[in-house]
Design a protein around this ligand. Structure first.
Ligand SMILES: *Cc1c(COP(=O)(O)O)cnc(C)c1O
Length: 385
Protein backbone atom coordinates (compact mmCIF):
# COMPACT_ATOMS: atom_id res chain seq x y z
CA UNK A 1 0.00 0.00 0.00
CA UNK A 2 1.51 3.30 -1.03
CA UNK A 3 0.79 6.81 0.16
CA UNK A 4 -2.24 8.20 -1.71
CA UNK A 5 -2.38 11.66 -3.23
CA UNK A 6 -5.41 12.68 -1.19
CA UNK A 7 -7.70 11.22 1.42
CA UNK A 8 -10.86 12.76 2.91
CA UNK A 9 -11.09 13.53 6.63
CA UNK A 10 -14.18 11.54 7.66
CA UNK A 11 -14.99 10.80 11.31
CA UNK A 12 -17.69 8.88 13.16
CA UNK A 13 -19.71 12.12 13.24
CA UNK A 14 -20.04 12.23 9.47
CA UNK A 15 -20.99 8.55 9.36
CA UNK A 16 -23.65 9.06 12.01
CA UNK A 17 -25.07 12.11 10.20
CA UNK A 18 -25.35 10.23 6.90
CA UNK A 19 -26.99 7.24 8.63
CA UNK A 20 -29.61 9.52 10.15
CA UNK A 21 -30.62 10.81 6.72
CA UNK A 22 -30.91 7.26 5.44
CA UNK A 23 -33.36 6.46 8.23
CA UNK A 24 -35.43 9.59 7.50
CA UNK A 25 -38.04 10.05 4.75
CA UNK A 26 -36.26 13.07 3.22
CA UNK A 27 -33.37 11.92 1.05
CA UNK A 28 -33.71 15.00 -1.13
CA UNK A 29 -35.01 18.55 -0.50
CA UNK A 30 -35.05 17.80 3.21
CA UNK A 31 -33.90 19.91 6.14
CA UNK A 32 -30.17 19.19 5.55
CA UNK A 33 -30.17 20.98 2.22
CA UNK A 34 -31.32 24.22 3.77
CA UNK A 35 -29.00 23.88 6.74
CA UNK A 36 -25.98 23.17 4.55
CA UNK A 37 -26.74 26.24 2.43
CA UNK A 38 -27.20 28.47 5.48
CA UNK A 39 -23.91 27.31 7.03
CA UNK A 40 -22.04 27.67 3.73
CA UNK A 41 -23.32 31.19 3.07
CA UNK A 42 -22.47 32.28 6.63
CA UNK A 43 -18.99 30.78 6.40
CA UNK A 44 -18.18 32.72 3.23
CA UNK A 45 -19.87 35.91 4.46
CA UNK A 46 -22.46 35.74 1.70
CA UNK A 47 -26.19 36.41 1.72
CA UNK A 48 -27.18 33.34 -0.33
CA UNK A 49 -25.96 29.85 -1.15
CA UNK A 50 -27.34 27.24 -3.54
CA UNK A 51 -26.15 23.65 -3.15
CA UNK A 52 -25.57 21.80 -6.41
CA UNK A 53 -24.21 18.40 -7.42
CA UNK A 54 -20.72 19.62 -8.41
CA UNK A 55 -18.50 22.67 -8.64
CA UNK A 56 -18.76 22.43 -12.41
CA UNK A 57 -22.57 22.61 -12.24
CA UNK A 58 -22.28 25.66 -10.01
CA UNK A 59 -19.99 27.45 -12.47
CA UNK A 60 -22.35 26.61 -15.32
CA UNK A 61 -25.35 28.05 -13.44
CA UNK A 62 -23.45 31.28 -12.76
CA UNK A 63 -22.59 31.65 -16.45
CA UNK A 64 -26.29 31.17 -17.30
CA UNK A 65 -27.43 33.54 -14.53
CA UNK A 66 -25.19 36.31 -15.84
CA UNK A 67 -26.71 35.92 -19.33
CA UNK A 68 -23.40 35.13 -20.97
CA UNK A 69 -23.90 33.49 -24.34
CA UNK A 70 -22.54 32.88 -27.83
CA UNK A 71 -20.61 35.88 -29.10
CA UNK A 72 -19.37 36.85 -25.63
CA UNK A 73 -15.78 36.44 -24.50
CA UNK A 74 -14.65 35.84 -20.92
CA UNK A 75 -11.05 36.21 -19.74
CA UNK A 76 -9.79 33.40 -17.56
CA UNK A 77 -6.63 31.52 -16.63
CA UNK A 78 -5.15 28.56 -18.50
CA UNK A 79 -3.52 27.36 -15.27
CA UNK A 80 -6.55 25.70 -13.68
CA UNK A 81 -8.75 22.65 -13.62
CA UNK A 82 -10.52 22.30 -16.95
CA UNK A 83 -13.98 23.03 -15.49
CA UNK A 84 -13.19 26.73 -15.03
CA UNK A 85 -13.03 27.15 -18.82
CA UNK A 86 -15.48 24.39 -19.82
CA UNK A 87 -18.33 26.14 -17.98
CA UNK A 88 -18.07 28.85 -20.64
CA UNK A 89 -18.02 26.42 -23.54
CA UNK A 90 -21.31 24.89 -22.31
CA UNK A 91 -22.96 28.19 -23.30
CA UNK A 92 -20.93 28.86 -26.45
CA UNK A 93 -18.97 31.58 -24.64
CA UNK A 94 -15.32 31.84 -25.72
CA UNK A 95 -12.70 31.54 -22.98
CA UNK A 96 -9.90 33.99 -23.69
CA UNK A 97 -6.82 33.04 -21.73
CA UNK A 98 -4.41 35.45 -20.09
CA UNK A 99 -1.20 34.13 -18.55
CA UNK A 100 -0.53 33.90 -14.82
CA UNK A 101 1.58 35.66 -12.24
CA UNK A 102 4.64 33.50 -11.60
CA UNK A 103 4.55 33.97 -7.83
CA UNK A 104 0.87 33.45 -6.98
CA UNK A 105 0.10 31.25 -10.02
CA UNK A 106 -3.12 33.24 -10.40
CA UNK A 107 -4.49 35.06 -13.43
CA UNK A 108 -2.35 38.14 -14.02
CA UNK A 109 -4.28 41.44 -13.88
CA UNK A 110 -1.71 43.07 -16.19
CA UNK A 111 -2.06 40.37 -18.84
CA UNK A 112 -5.83 40.64 -18.42
CA UNK A 113 -5.78 44.37 -18.99
CA UNK A 114 -3.67 44.16 -22.12
CA UNK A 115 -6.30 41.81 -23.59
CA UNK A 116 -9.11 44.13 -22.51
CA UNK A 117 -7.56 47.03 -24.37
CA UNK A 118 -7.98 45.26 -27.71
CA UNK A 119 -10.97 42.97 -27.19
CA UNK A 120 -14.39 44.63 -26.98
CA UNK A 121 -16.30 41.33 -26.77
CA UNK A 122 -15.15 40.57 -23.23
CA UNK A 123 -18.13 40.60 -20.85
CA UNK A 124 -16.64 39.07 -17.72
CA UNK A 125 -13.46 37.95 -15.98
CA UNK A 126 -13.26 34.57 -14.32
CA UNK A 127 -10.28 34.42 -11.94
CA UNK A 128 -9.57 31.19 -10.07
CA UNK A 129 -8.29 31.17 -6.47
CA UNK A 130 -5.68 28.62 -7.51
CA UNK A 131 -4.45 26.10 -4.91
CA UNK A 132 -6.32 28.05 -2.23
CA UNK A 133 -4.51 31.35 -2.88
CA UNK A 134 -7.07 34.09 -3.58
CA UNK A 135 -6.65 35.95 -6.86
CA UNK A 136 -5.66 39.62 -6.91
CA UNK A 137 -9.18 40.83 -6.15
CA UNK A 138 -8.32 44.52 -5.75
CA UNK A 139 -6.97 44.59 -9.27
CA UNK A 140 -9.89 42.64 -10.69
CA UNK A 141 -12.53 44.82 -9.00
CA UNK A 142 -10.72 47.80 -10.41
CA UNK A 143 -10.72 46.29 -13.93
CA UNK A 144 -14.37 45.31 -13.62
CA UNK A 145 -15.27 48.90 -12.72
CA UNK A 146 -13.20 50.51 -15.45
CA UNK A 147 -14.24 48.12 -18.23
CA UNK A 148 -17.79 47.43 -16.96
CA UNK A 149 -17.29 43.69 -16.59
CA UNK A 150 -18.83 41.01 -14.44
CA UNK A 151 -16.63 38.99 -12.11
CA UNK A 152 -17.06 35.25 -11.59
CA UNK A 153 -15.00 33.72 -8.80
CA UNK A 154 -13.93 30.10 -9.09
CA UNK A 155 -13.15 29.49 -5.42
CA UNK A 156 -13.52 25.71 -5.77
CA UNK A 157 -10.03 25.20 -4.31
CA UNK A 158 -10.11 27.97 -1.75
CA UNK A 159 -12.74 27.47 0.93
CA UNK A 160 -11.44 29.17 4.08
CA UNK A 161 -8.77 31.24 2.32
CA UNK A 162 -8.52 34.92 3.21
CA UNK A 163 -7.57 38.00 1.23
CA UNK A 164 -7.09 41.43 2.73
CA UNK A 165 -6.51 44.47 0.52
CA UNK A 166 -2.83 45.41 0.76
CA UNK A 167 -1.89 48.60 2.62
CA UNK A 168 -2.21 51.68 0.46
CA UNK A 169 -5.11 50.39 -1.63
CA UNK A 170 -7.87 53.00 -1.61
CA UNK A 171 -10.87 52.09 0.53
CA UNK A 172 -13.50 50.89 -1.85
CA UNK A 173 -16.65 48.86 -1.73
CA UNK A 174 -14.85 45.51 -1.71
CA UNK A 175 -12.52 46.51 1.08
CA UNK A 176 -14.72 44.86 3.72
CA UNK A 177 -14.57 41.46 2.04
CA UNK A 178 -12.09 38.90 3.22
CA UNK A 179 -13.12 35.28 2.63
CA UNK A 180 -12.50 33.44 -0.63
CA UNK A 181 -15.94 32.90 -2.11
CA UNK A 182 -17.11 36.38 -1.15
CA UNK A 183 -15.62 38.04 -4.23
CA UNK A 184 -17.23 38.19 -7.62
CA UNK A 185 -20.91 38.57 -8.52
CA UNK A 186 -21.07 34.90 -7.63
CA UNK A 187 -18.57 32.27 -6.61
CA UNK A 188 -18.38 28.50 -6.17
CA UNK A 189 -17.02 26.02 -3.63
CA UNK A 190 -16.51 22.40 -4.66
CA UNK A 191 -16.62 19.28 -2.52
CA UNK A 192 -15.12 16.43 -4.52
CA UNK A 193 -13.23 14.12 -2.10
CA UNK A 194 -9.82 15.68 -2.87
CA UNK A 195 -10.96 19.16 -1.79
CA UNK A 196 -10.46 20.57 1.71
CA UNK A 197 -13.90 19.33 2.76
CA UNK A 198 -16.15 16.94 0.88
CA UNK A 199 -19.73 15.94 0.24
CA UNK A 200 -18.70 13.03 -2.01
CA UNK A 201 -19.72 15.08 -5.02
CA UNK A 202 -21.09 18.57 -4.63
CA UNK A 203 -20.77 22.30 -4.92
CA UNK A 204 -22.13 25.51 -3.49
CA UNK A 205 -22.93 28.66 -5.45
CA UNK A 206 -22.49 31.79 -3.32
CA UNK A 207 -23.84 35.25 -4.06
CA UNK A 208 -25.27 38.41 -2.52
CA UNK A 209 -27.64 38.89 -5.45
CA UNK A 210 -31.20 37.73 -4.93
CA UNK A 211 -31.64 37.51 -8.70
CA UNK A 212 -28.69 35.15 -9.19
CA UNK A 213 -29.81 33.15 -6.17
CA UNK A 214 -33.34 32.67 -7.50
CA UNK A 215 -32.11 31.77 -10.98
CA UNK A 216 -29.60 29.20 -9.70
CA UNK A 217 -32.19 27.60 -7.41
CA UNK A 218 -34.59 27.32 -10.29
CA UNK A 219 -32.09 26.05 -12.85
CA UNK A 220 -30.66 23.34 -10.59
CA UNK A 221 -34.19 21.93 -10.41
CA UNK A 222 -35.28 21.74 -14.08
CA UNK A 223 -36.22 25.42 -14.24
CA UNK A 224 -39.03 25.16 -11.72
CA UNK A 225 -39.84 28.24 -9.67
CA UNK A 226 -37.44 29.10 -6.86
CA UNK A 227 -39.35 27.27 -4.16
CA UNK A 228 -39.04 24.01 -6.04
CA UNK A 229 -42.81 23.56 -6.23
CA UNK A 230 -44.20 21.71 -9.19
CA UNK A 231 -46.31 24.41 -10.81
CA UNK A 232 -44.46 24.63 -14.04
CA UNK A 233 -41.03 24.96 -15.58
CA UNK A 234 -40.31 28.65 -16.10
CA UNK A 235 -36.99 28.36 -17.93
CA UNK A 236 -34.49 25.86 -19.24
CA UNK A 237 -33.05 24.02 -16.28
CA UNK A 238 -31.04 20.96 -15.31
CA UNK A 239 -30.90 18.30 -12.66
CA UNK A 240 -28.05 19.74 -10.63
CA UNK A 241 -29.64 18.88 -7.27
CA UNK A 242 -27.64 17.76 -4.24
CA UNK A 243 -29.19 15.08 -2.01
CA UNK A 244 -29.63 15.41 1.73
CA UNK A 245 -27.20 12.51 2.11
CA UNK A 246 -24.45 14.68 0.62
CA UNK A 247 -25.64 17.71 2.56
CA UNK A 248 -25.52 15.84 5.88
CA UNK A 249 -21.90 14.98 5.15
CA UNK A 250 -21.23 18.59 4.19
CA UNK A 251 -22.81 20.01 7.36
CA UNK A 252 -20.49 18.03 9.64
CA UNK A 253 -17.49 18.83 7.43
CA UNK A 254 -18.33 22.55 7.60
CA UNK A 255 -18.75 22.34 11.36
CA UNK A 256 -15.27 20.77 11.56
CA UNK A 257 -13.64 22.94 8.90
CA UNK A 258 -11.51 24.97 11.31
CA UNK A 259 -9.79 21.88 12.62
CA UNK A 260 -9.48 20.31 9.15
CA UNK A 261 -7.84 23.42 7.70
CA UNK A 262 -5.49 23.67 10.68
CA UNK A 263 -4.38 20.08 10.22
CA UNK A 264 -3.76 20.73 6.53
CA UNK A 265 -1.72 23.80 7.37
CA UNK A 266 0.40 21.83 9.83
CA UNK A 267 1.07 19.17 7.20
CA UNK A 268 2.10 21.88 4.73
CA UNK A 269 4.40 23.51 7.29
CA UNK A 270 6.00 20.17 8.04
CA UNK A 271 6.64 19.64 4.32
CA UNK A 272 8.04 23.19 4.05
CA UNK A 273 10.51 22.60 6.88
CA UNK A 274 11.79 19.40 5.30
CA UNK A 275 12.07 20.85 1.82
CA UNK A 276 13.98 23.93 2.98
CA UNK A 277 17.02 21.70 3.28
CA UNK A 278 16.72 20.31 -0.25
CA UNK A 279 17.99 22.46 -3.10
CA UNK A 280 16.20 22.24 -6.43
CA UNK A 281 12.63 22.19 -5.08
CA UNK A 282 10.57 25.20 -4.21
CA UNK A 283 7.35 25.07 -2.16
CA UNK A 284 4.37 27.33 -2.92
CA UNK A 285 4.58 30.82 -1.51
CA UNK A 286 1.81 33.23 -0.57
CA UNK A 287 1.54 37.01 -0.65
CA UNK A 288 1.65 38.69 2.78
CA UNK A 289 -1.96 39.89 2.51
CA UNK A 290 -3.23 36.36 1.87
CA UNK A 291 -3.98 33.37 4.05
CA UNK A 292 -3.83 30.28 1.88
CA UNK A 293 -6.32 27.49 2.44
CA UNK A 294 -4.25 24.42 1.67
CA UNK A 295 -5.80 22.42 -1.18
CA UNK A 296 -2.85 20.55 -2.70
CA UNK A 297 0.83 20.49 -1.86
CA UNK A 298 2.63 21.37 -5.07
CA UNK A 299 6.38 21.84 -5.40
CA UNK A 300 8.15 23.52 -8.27
CA UNK A 301 11.45 22.13 -9.48
CA UNK A 302 14.21 24.65 -10.17
CA UNK A 303 14.46 26.23 -13.62
CA UNK A 304 17.14 23.85 -14.88
CA UNK A 305 14.72 20.89 -14.76
CA UNK A 306 12.76 20.03 -17.90
CA UNK A 307 9.37 18.40 -18.25
CA UNK A 308 11.16 15.11 -19.00
CA UNK A 309 13.18 15.40 -15.78
CA UNK A 310 10.00 16.09 -13.87
CA UNK A 311 8.27 13.02 -15.36
CA UNK A 312 11.28 10.86 -14.55
CA UNK A 313 11.31 12.11 -10.95
CA UNK A 314 7.59 11.36 -10.64
CA UNK A 315 8.04 7.82 -11.91
CA UNK A 316 10.79 7.24 -9.34
CA UNK A 317 8.64 8.56 -6.52
CA UNK A 318 5.77 6.36 -7.65
CA UNK A 319 8.11 3.36 -7.67
CA UNK A 320 8.70 4.14 -4.00
CA UNK A 321 4.97 3.97 -3.31
CA UNK A 322 4.42 7.73 -3.32
CA UNK A 323 1.46 8.87 -5.39
CA UNK A 324 2.11 12.11 -7.24
CA UNK A 325 0.55 14.05 -10.04
CA UNK A 326 1.06 16.86 -12.53
CA UNK A 327 -0.86 19.94 -11.43
CA UNK A 328 -2.07 21.52 -13.69
CA UNK A 329 -1.58 20.63 -17.30
CA UNK A 330 -2.58 24.05 -18.70
CA UNK A 331 -6.09 24.05 -20.16
CA UNK A 332 -4.97 25.40 -23.54
CA UNK A 333 -2.73 22.34 -24.00
CA UNK A 334 -5.51 19.82 -23.34
CA UNK A 335 -6.24 17.90 -26.55
CA UNK A 336 -9.81 19.22 -26.83
CA UNK A 337 -8.67 22.83 -26.60
CA UNK A 338 -5.78 22.34 -29.03
CA UNK A 339 -8.16 20.74 -31.52
CA UNK A 340 -10.97 23.27 -31.10
CA UNK A 341 -9.00 26.52 -30.76
CA UNK A 342 -5.62 25.68 -32.29
CA UNK A 343 -3.61 26.39 -29.15
CA UNK A 344 -0.03 25.21 -29.02
CA UNK A 345 2.99 25.14 -26.76
CA UNK A 346 4.42 28.61 -26.31
CA UNK A 347 1.06 30.40 -26.18
CA UNK A 348 1.17 30.97 -22.39
CA UNK A 349 4.82 30.59 -21.39
CA UNK A 350 4.51 31.29 -17.66
CA UNK A 351 1.73 28.72 -17.17
CA UNK A 352 3.67 26.20 -19.24
CA UNK A 353 6.95 26.73 -17.46
CA UNK A 354 5.31 26.37 -14.03
CA UNK A 355 3.30 23.36 -15.17
CA UNK A 356 6.33 21.61 -16.67
CA UNK A 357 8.24 21.79 -13.39
CA UNK A 358 5.44 21.09 -10.90
CA UNK A 359 4.67 17.98 -8.89
CA UNK A 360 1.73 17.53 -6.51
CA UNK A 361 2.76 15.40 -3.54
CA UNK A 362 0.50 13.36 -1.23
CA UNK A 363 -1.50 15.84 0.81
CA UNK A 364 -4.36 15.40 3.30
CA UNK A 365 -5.18 16.39 6.86
CA UNK A 366 -4.13 13.08 8.43
CA UNK A 367 -0.89 12.59 6.50
CA UNK A 368 1.55 11.31 9.11
CA UNK A 369 4.89 12.93 10.00
CA UNK A 370 6.68 9.66 9.23
CA UNK A 371 5.15 9.66 5.76
CA UNK A 372 6.28 13.24 5.16
CA UNK A 373 9.77 12.19 6.31
CA UNK A 374 9.73 9.29 3.90
CA UNK A 375 8.41 11.41 1.00
CA UNK A 376 10.92 14.22 1.45
CA UNK A 377 13.80 11.76 1.98
CA UNK A 378 12.77 10.08 -1.25
CA UNK A 379 12.76 13.40 -3.10
CA UNK A 380 16.27 14.08 -1.85
CA UNK A 381 17.49 10.65 -2.92
CA UNK A 382 15.83 10.87 -6.33
CA UNK A 383 17.25 14.35 -6.98
CA UNK A 384 20.73 13.29 -5.85
CA UNK A 385 20.64 10.01 -7.80
C1 LIG B 1 -12.52 21.08 -8.26
C2 LIG B 1 -12.60 22.25 -9.13
C3 LIG B 1 -13.78 22.60 -9.79
C4 LIG B 1 -15.07 21.82 -9.70
O1 LIG B 1 -14.92 20.48 -9.78
P1 LIG B 1 -16.09 19.42 -9.61
O2 LIG B 1 -15.39 18.14 -9.75
O3 LIG B 1 -17.08 19.68 -10.69
O4 LIG B 1 -16.72 19.61 -8.28
C5 LIG B 1 -13.79 23.77 -10.55
N1 LIG B 1 -12.69 24.52 -10.67
C6 LIG B 1 -11.54 24.22 -10.06
C7 LIG B 1 -10.37 25.14 -10.21
C8 LIG B 1 -11.45 23.07 -9.28
O5 LIG B 1 -10.29 22.75 -8.69
Amino acid sequence: MGIPLSSPDITAREIRAVKEVLKSPALCFGPRLEKFEKLGAAYAGRRYAVAVNSGTSGLHLIVRSLNLSRGDDVITTPYSFIASANCLLFEGVRPVFADIDEETLNLSPNMTESLLQKNKKVKAILPVDVFGHPADWDAFYDLSDRYKLKLIEDSCEAIGAEYVSPEGVKKKRWRKKKMAGSFGAASVFAFYPNKQITTGEGGLVLTDSKRIYMLCRSMRNQGRDGAGRINGHLRLGYNYRLSDINCALGIVQLQRIGSILNKRQRVAQCYNRHLETISGVEPLSALPNVKRSWFVYVVKLAKQFTRKDRDRIMRKLEARGIACSTYFIPIHLQPYYRKTFGYKRGDFPVSESVSDRSIALPFYSNLRKMDINYITDSIKKVLDG
